[in-house]
Design a protein around this ligand. Sequence first.
Ligand code: COA
Length: 684
Amino acid sequence: MAFSVTTRSHSYESYDAEDSVFELSDFADSSDQTCMRQDLVDQKSRRHKRFVRRHSYSPYEVKVKTLAHHHQWKAPEFFRGAKLPPGRMVAHQSSLPHLPVPDLVQTLQKYLKVVRPLVDDIGFQKTKQLVEEFGKPGGLGESLQSKLQSRAQERQNWLDDWWLHTAYLDYREPVVINASPGIVCPPQDFNGKKEQLQFAAKLVAGVLDYKVQIDDQSVPIDKLRTRPLCMDQYYKLFSACRLPGEQRDQVVVYGPDCGVRPRHIVVVHNNQFFSLDVYDNNWKPLSQDHIHAQLKRVVCQSKHPSVPVGILTTENRDTWGRVYNQALKKDKTNKLSLEAINRSIFMLCLDQETVREKDRWTSMGHQLMHGGGSQHNSGNRWFDKTLQFTVGTDGAVGIVYEHSPAEGPPIIALLDHMLDYCSQSPAVKETSVHPKEPQRLHFSLNNSVLEAIDNAKKSLDMQVRDLDLHLVTFKTYGKDFPKSQRLSPDSYIQIAMQLAYYKVNKVACATYESGSTRMFHLGRTDTIRSASVESLKFCQAMQDSSIQPSEKVALLRRAVEGHKKYAQETVSGQGIDRHLLGLKLIAVEAGLDVPDLFEDSTYGQAVHFKLSTSQVPSKYDSLLCFGPVVPDGYGICYNPAEDHINFCISAFNSHRETDTVKLATALNQSLLDMQELLQTQAKL
Ligand code: COA
């Protein structure tokens, strides 16, 4: 079947539009399909109810009800071994301002403003009363605010451990698709095992070259315009791993103060793991030629697929935590192998061919997000590892990363460096000098572990079948056009997404955009809320032919400028979402009931993010892919270049009303309509 977006529009183009559309029908006969779809919907809706019950905040957030049962809750130890020795980075970090606690009245007023387009009049009036009650002088809001301010005075960052914990480590759904992004690199021009290994050797050398800057603390400091940003995340990427627990996970980083510094990477091929030293005796990284020779040895020793023990890392976290702690780790051989994986600098996955989906780029998106299923590359992974670089025999290259230590930008900085290195380095040469033999990591798998692997395969395959993914490039223009109109490109794209969603659904929905708070010490993100009264007015006007184009232009500009203002406030630490989260968590910590404001159905709607979006720019045509955060929603990541924009859109097949191709088509049309509107008006 033809790739429908390409046939409907000349502006969108996939890299290789052919083959069939990814549907449930590809995997089951029609009689099974209804059952399977129903099963997936039920499972997802059960999962979602559990999730909302537990988190009642945002897709990524807070296990409030559970925490309320544990008034003595304390933040666990994070990032063991991640302390940096004194140096340039430590000096930079300590010069950064602390994350502020926004003003209470300001947050409550903004909250009413952002929920207005999402709820009806009756719901809004009820919410207004709850807000007034919460915020009244001497009321609960003021008392929680003062507790939060005290917390902020005692810590470097009042939010960071709460956030890490509630957004990531307490999250019990599988990290694959739900939490761990995959980053697709531009497809490489090679095919076959020989070239795969040559490219992989360059890639490893390029990553080690980048690590030199981490080790001597000389990574260039990121800036937002002129303001320097927190660089902490860069130092938690290498030699790091998530460890599964039965109720909560941990992250460990084998940093400079961890004792014996890791000197190996782990290479996985045909589901078999090998430890490979990548430094010589003087701590000089091995050359790409030596790495290449070592990779050839790994491949020679793993010619056939073995039991995919790595697939266990795709499981629900409680299940995996049980298997890890109660079965796998108890065996001495396994313990050594697990330690080698956890401590390794990073993982290199030498993959088989990518499973073909509707087009090559989308196929690569699937490959990076989950590995294609249990019969393909999903067992050739360790999804708990913070950094996994994948190189397929067919030129599919990318990074899979475990999200808890960092957002996309530091990973993209590494990826850009790595791709620069690969394109500039000379051809790999054969060498007869062999460093130390790669060490196979053995696993002893008893019946209970084998059974767990079988179960993991089945549940992963269901998740894989359920992912609806679409990677496309909008080619008509990029950042250049909104800039020429004196509009912020990011805000403009966000409003285009609002219009696209409105075209398809005829309503606005709660929309999450990641806004970086790295201007502050240990800052991560807050939510830029892109759905607003102004964006809704613009979307409604665009569907109404009686409204004059000049008025539509005014509404468009107001919506874009309103978004930009909200975004600027968010990155300056004046967002509302993390503040409200803090007020809720501080109540829980104080042993109080969750305030009524957070039990209100409006609040439920406000944090049910049917559009979960993020801009992750790269100088290459790379694209970060992540899944939706609610069963009936979309995940959209975009990489805007000057003259085109790459989009990855995800949804779940089990939800009948979502459809990535349909949304992509509407987005394409929205971007074209907005350009036409602005250009036509400019000519008048
Ligand atoms: N007229 C002309 N040009 C404008 C403009 C205007 N009105 N407004 C902005 N621009 C320019 C900017 O100067 C900038 O120029 P550059 O390309 O030369 O740098 C460019 O347009 C882009 O600016 P803008 O589109 O407004 O976005 P931004 O780069 O400021 O990014 C966020 C906005 C919110 C995405 C960013 O602040 C952020 O938080 N990013 C991190 C998100 C994140 O962590 N994602 C990962 C999650 S895993």
